[in-house]
Design a protein around this ligand. Sequence first.
Ligand SMILES: Cc1cc2nc3c(=O)[nH]c(=O)nc-3n(C[C@H](O)[C@H](O)[C@H](O)COP(=O)(O)OP(=O)(O)OC[C@H]3O[C@@H](n4cnc5c(N)ncnc54)[C@H](O)[C@@H]3O)c2cc1C
Length: 348
Amino acid sequence: MKVDCIIVGFGLAGMAFAKELEENGKSFVVYEDDSQTSSNVAGGVYNPVILKRFTPVWQGQEQLEIALPFYTEIENKLGGVYDYKFSTYRVFKSVEEQNNWFSASDKPLLAPYMDTNIVRKSYRGIVSENGFGRLFHTGRIDTKELLEDYKQYLECSESIRYESFDYDAVKVLSNGVKYKETEAAYVVFCEGYGMHKNPYFSNLPMNEAKGELLTIHAPELEVDFLIKAAVFVLPLGKGLFKVGATFNWKDKTLKATEEGRKELLDKLETFIKVPYTVVEHSAGIRPTVKDRRPLVGVHSKHSSLCVLNGLGTRGVMIAPKVAKELYLHLFEGASLDPESNINRFLKK
Ligand SMILES: Cc1cc2nc3c(=O)[nH]c(=O)nc-3n(C[C@H](O)[C@H](O)[C@H](O)COP(=O)(O)OP(=O)(O)OC[C@H]3O[C@@H](n4cnc5c(N)ncnc54)[C@H](O)[C@@H]3O)c2cc1C
């Protein structure tokens, strides 16, 4: 079999690249082995403002301009609903934080998203003595549902294989790659934290961060917006909320832990005062990079081996943009963004 591309991994990165290929009439086959869970467990939130310091997310606006139509196109293609739009309410800890919010909301990159009025309304079950700062144009992509539906769609054209990609079976040719019975112009590796097993790219400086999330049932919490305080509380409908997330730079397992659960519930109870039950607990490893920028590019010796990774804590917003950039680079000769290009790590 001959294809334009082999894609290894079908999280947000692999999915975004597959969509780019399909739209441009390129052929591909995906390998997916369920060894990583990040895209499946993610909160799926998109928000171009960093809520700790009230600063803009790197390229946030440009990413959203590509990402929002991207997810609408997938909804149209697959016939599902994945994009749930809502406001985000940041609980103010102090008057100083309110002042910081006001000064930030004047800045051109932040003004379209930040409400300049403090929300003083009180909501049953939420402790917020200093009110809330409201963000507009935020929301959540139901990544789990989207990826499940997309895989089913690919199954119809036999474009996905549920097996581990075997790095030892790769033969680099002068004009592409042979992998078992398949010849391809490119292999695009989108393995998330699984990249640490990849002999071609494991030297890239990933600084992965495990995260845990809970789903709670709290029927008395009657809000349809995301609340951000010590943790985020994200409305899923029917009294369900996702609560997250932890950051752990040591534990590399995908196990949901008792410590993670306790940390989340301790933080939750500092500002939510309604009865609840925990209905789900999940964990994944975020493919974060030392310099907090994506990993996009081509191997320094083998020009048919490529990487699309390092989406970090914001895969929902970043994936569509970097997938497009890599596609244009490989098939139309466009330059890569130097801030994402992996050649920034080449020894000079
Ligand atoms: C708890 C938590 C909460 C998060 N919340 C958010 C959020 O609210 N908003 C947001 O934007 N981002 C969030 N993220 C980050 C987001 O999940 C990541 O940025 C994104 O999912 C990374 O996507 P990826 O495709 O690069 O990696 P992954 O999702 O890890 O996908 C890699 C895929 O490759 C497969 N794979 C690996 N090796 C092989 C192999 N050898 N052969 C075959 N298949 C292989 C894996 O099984 C996996 O499916 C969160 C992450 C976590 C853990």
